[in-house]
Design a protein around this ligand. Structure first.
Ligand SMILES: NC(=O)c1ccc[n+]([C@@H]2O[C@H](COP(=O)([O-])OP(=O)(O)OC[C@H]3O[C@@H](n4cnc5c(N)ncnc54)[C@H](O)[C@@H]3O)[C@@H](O)[C@H]2O)c1
Ligand SMILES: O=c1ccn([C@@H]2O[C@H](COP(=O)(O)OP(=O)(O)O[C@H]3O[C@H](CO)[C@@H](O)[C@H](O)[C@H]3O)[C@@H](O)[C@H]2O)c(=O)[nH]1
Length: 470
């Protein structure tokens, strides 16, 4: 089966970049990305490419090439579904905030709405592709909805095609993926044809040996597993960062030493203020919930520890600032460099910065933030979402500037929350001169040249080293 038209429901951090790359690499396929969020669609259609709703290095070029040729962004969801041979579902699947499984299970209401909408609208056979990250066995629920509510004898095939891109490197990850995973029904001719149809899309730029096909359940579970393993490495090294601080070992040296063992590997061993992002915590909680649902208590507890460690790491960083600043930050200005959950993205979901700010605001500090890509209102939305204090209190406790020197001026301490490269290039002498003394600096990312800063006069804390001067 040759795919001529693709619809993707959800124009977010995954739907937008993924479809832009598919459109760029498959000029013969019409790709329409739809969303109910009109402002987001308008931003995707903005002539000014710096206004795209997702900031990713290189994305503007890909969109520029394909948009209007075979890549379209629209709010006409029904029309795009009906036209398509293949429909990707790439909507959000956040942690449930209500009812059974609150705080753990994935909220699948948006997925179910999509399935019902596809069933209602479809007049021709469709391959429905799960691009969102979903609990294992969700495909059977989607299939049941599609088969039972269409009523027009339309045939549906369900594929699982989880996305492994990381934000900040989305375009290069999509262009050169380690693997593309496609789960489908290998037992039937129709299932095999559907798998082949999706394989042939990716084969336009991904070598065939890197396109892995499995059964649907393995594919769904592999996505949660991959994120759990990655996050586990960060929590593992973060747990040791605390031990390093007590023992005069250096976590970067330890990471390098163990990472040179090819069985361990060197990636994802960077100690930090804690992992953030929209995926790791959500997906591990989901995995824990699934394990609990099957009565697998030990399995659930094992993975939950990754989250417990991460929460500890964020809290520990904030408490360390408070205790170092003579046990009080009340009324003291603390400068935050970075708010995004990692560099090269404007995404702030679950960013460690939010939690560190929340702890410090509870101690009545005055926070000033600079982040090169995050909008001011987003920071307030992030804090308000925690519900710790009123929106007015968040606004009076935290201010935002567009100038890092302004942010750091008169501060008692600077905290590095995101590893933006530009922070390394600042005039640190100038920053030091304009700060309160002692000028404390807390590097939550192991980003800066600490000996050089100490020479200037800063009193530095670096995650995972013994910090003898403090
Ligand atoms: N962000 C990542 O880096 C990443 C990577 C891999 C996988 N994922 C997974 O991909 C999925 C999407 O993540 P995201 O970060 O792109 O989310 P997102 O919140 O950025 O985007 C989701 C979009 O779906 C839209 N939407 C929701 N319901 C809709 C409906 N019924 N009809 C039309 N549009 C609808 C929302 O308006 C939103 O714009 C999640 O399951 C996530 O776990 C995310
Ligand atoms: O050694 C490391 C590596 C990462 N992090 C932090 O971990 C978080 C997540 O980083 P990263 O995984 O690079 O970004 P995400 O965009 O969240 O990507 C993850 O989550 C996506 C959504 O499921 C998956 O598709 C990706 O494969 C997976 O890497 C960030 O806060 C990083 O700062 C560290 O602290 N130390």
């Amino acid at each position: 089966m040759k795919i001529k038209s693709i619809c993707c429901i959800g124009a977010g951090y995954v739907g937008g970049p993924t479809m832009a790359v598919i459109a760029q690499k498959c000029p013969q396929v019409k790709v329409t990305v739809v969303d109910i969020n009109e402002a987001r669609i308008n931003a995707w259609n903005d002539k000014d490419l710096s206004k795209l709703p997702v900031y990713e290095p290189g994305l503007d070029k890909v969109v520029e090439e394909a948009r209007g040729r075979n890549l379209f962004f629209s709010t006409q969801v029904d029309q795009a579904i009906d036209e398509a041979d293949m429909v990707f579902i790439s909507v959000n699947t956040p942690t449930k905030t209500y009812g059974k499984g609150k705080g753990m299970a994935a909220d699948l209401k948006y997925i179910e709405l999509c399935a019902r909408q596809i069933a209602r609208v479809a007049t021709t056979d469709k391959i429905v592709v799960e691009k969102s990250t979903l609990p294992v066995r969700t495909a059977s629920a989607i299939k049941s909805i599609l088969d039972n509510t269409n009523g027009k004898d339309v045939k549906f095939q369900i594929l699982s095609n989880p996305e492994f891109l990381a934000e900040g490197t989305a375009v290069t990850d999509l262009l050169n993926p380690d693997r593309v995973l496609i789960g489908g029904d290998n037992d039937t001719t129709e299932g095999k044809e559907a798998i082949e149809a999706l394989v042939s899309i990716y084969a336009n730029w991904v070598p065939k040996e890197q396109i892995l096909t499995t059964n649907v359940w393995s594919s769904e579970l592999s996505k949660l597993t991959a994120n759990a393993f990655l996050a586990q490495r960060v929590s593992s090294i973060n747990s040791l960062s605390e031990l390093c601080e007590k023992t005069e070992a250096d976590v970067n040296e330890v990471a390098k030493a163990i990472g040179m063992d090819s069985r361990i590997g060197s990636k994802f061993l960077k100690a930090s203020v804690g992992f953030g992002g929209s995926c790791f915590q959500k997906d591990i909680l989901n995995l824990v919930y699934i394990a609990k649902t099957y009565g697998l208590t030990e399995v659930a507890d094992y993975w939950e520890q990754v989250i417990i460690m991460n929460d500890h790491q964020k809290r520990r960083f904030a408490h360390n600032i408070i205790s170092t600043l003579f046990n009080t930050v009340s009324g003291k200005k603390i400068a935050f460099l970075g708010w995004a959950f990692k560099k090269d993205t404007n995404d702030t979901r679950e960013s460690a910065a939010i939690y560190v700010a929340d702890e410090l605001l509870s101690e009545q500090s005055q926070i000033s933030v600079y982040d090169p890509k995050v909008e001011t209102e987003q920071m307030y939305t992030d804090l308000d979402y925690l519900n710790t204090r009123s929106s007015e209190e968040n606004r009076s406790g935290l201010s935002v500037t567009q100038d890092p020197y302004e942010t750091c001026k008169d501060a008692h301490a600077i905290a590095i929350l995101t590893e933006w490269d530009e922070f390394k290039t600042y005039d640190w002498q100038k920053i030091y001169d304009q700060m309160q003394k002692p000028a404390f600096l807390f590097d939550g990312r192991g980003l800066l040249d600490i000996p050089k800063l100490e020479e200037i006069g800063f009193v530095c804390y670096k995650i995972g080293s013994s910090n003898k001067n403090l």
